[in-house]
Design a protein around this ligand. Structure first.
Ligand code: PRP
Ligand code: ZN
Length: 298
């Protein structure tokens, strides 16, 4: 890896890994993986990615080892609070929330326990991998509980007698159920985020950093957008455009030998549901097609 190549840190193995690699591919990156498999070398762009533990990503970005990183908001927030305690403000720039990695940081109580909600927390011990986020929450809500840090397997802490309850990431909830824990209040909604180093990007790298960031944004926009085509009576055009979520002004084309009917083409910036199609039909539309968009450049 030479100095003027862009480095992006992604999670080595976990809930974000596959999504991150897919996103980079959709940005046009072709890559080969080194023998150690921990670096992906870009073949058609000066972009390489490092596969690392998610907890290491904020530090790599903050220290400018990597120009960019993709990491869950849960990890970013925990590290941001750690830096803030050391007097470091804005250790990384959060450029964009991505459309994957949705999960929540929530309290969980053992089944059958007297503890049911945060109002029962005073005097209790909470096991978590996110001590700073939890302490911050306790402080803001005037709750007096202790926090014990676990770097993994937090869910077994109550049965080990190390804590009365836990605060951990929940996605499907299967891990909690398997450990006979009941989900309580959410203290942070998390999602994968694109972050950039706070250090100025050197001039020889800015073009490609900006291009990659724009492409990532473009991929995100496309995934949430649809191209819709239909036939409609010209008189129903206003009603129809009002029904379409996040639609730009439509292209209206005359239809040959169809009195008063036009073809309507439009990009919707939101997903289109069956109920919308049914409403369009009621408004007089027919031959309605919803197509995925492959690429889009504003
Ligand atoms: C989290 C959490 C649980 C699991 C919950 O760990 O610690 O073990 O996910 O998911 P579920 O609700 O779908 O069962 P994660 O996989 O993020 O690993 P890490 O915290 O060690 O990075
Ligand atoms: Zn982790």
């Amino acid at each position: 890896m030479t100095q003027d190549r862009i480095k992006i840190a992604v999670q080595k193995s976990g809930r974000l890994t596959e999504h991150c690699l897919e996103l980079l591919q959709q940005c046009g990156l072709k890559y080969s993986r080194g023998r150690d498999q921990l670096i992906g070398y870009g073949e058609n762009m000066p972009v390489d990615f490092l596969l690392v533990r998610d907890d290491d990503i904020p530090g790599l970005v903050r220290d400018d080892v990597c120009d960019l990183g993709i990491c869950g908001l849960n990890v970013l927030e925990e590290k941001r609070l750690a830096y803030a305690r050391k007097g470091v403000e804005e250790p990384f720039k959060v450029l964009q929330k991505l459309d994957y990695g949705h999960c929540r940081l929530a309290f969980a109580y053992p089944e059958g326990s007297d503890l049911k909600s945060v109002s029962d927390l005073n005097g209790q011990t909470i096991a978590t991998s996110y001590p700073r986020i939890v302490e911050d929450y306790l402080q803001k809500n005037n709750l007096n509980a202790s926090v014990v840090e676990f770097s993994g397997a937090v869910e077994i802490a109550p049965s080990l007698g190390r804590a009365e309850l836990i605060c951990d990431l929940v996605s499907t909830g299967a891990t909690l159920t398997a450990n006979r824990l009941v989900e309580g209040e959410t203290i942070l909604e998390s999602v994968a985020c694109l972050v950039q180093t706070p250090v100025d990007i050197p001039e020889e790298k800015t073009e490609w950093v900006n291009r990659l960031v724009e492409r990532i944004k473009g991929v995100q926009e496309v995934r949430g957008s649809k191209y819709i085509m239909m036939h409609a009576p010209r008189s129903a055009l206003t009603e129809i455009t009002d029904l379409l979520p996040g639609a730009e002004s439509p292209t209206v084309l005359p239809l040959e030998e169809a009195d008063g009917k036009v073809a309507v083409h439009v990009v919707c910036r939101e997903n289109v549901f069956w109920s919308t199609l049914e409403d369009l039909k009621k408004a007089g539309a027919s031959s309605i097609l919803v197509l995925p968009i492959e690429k889009m450049l504003a």
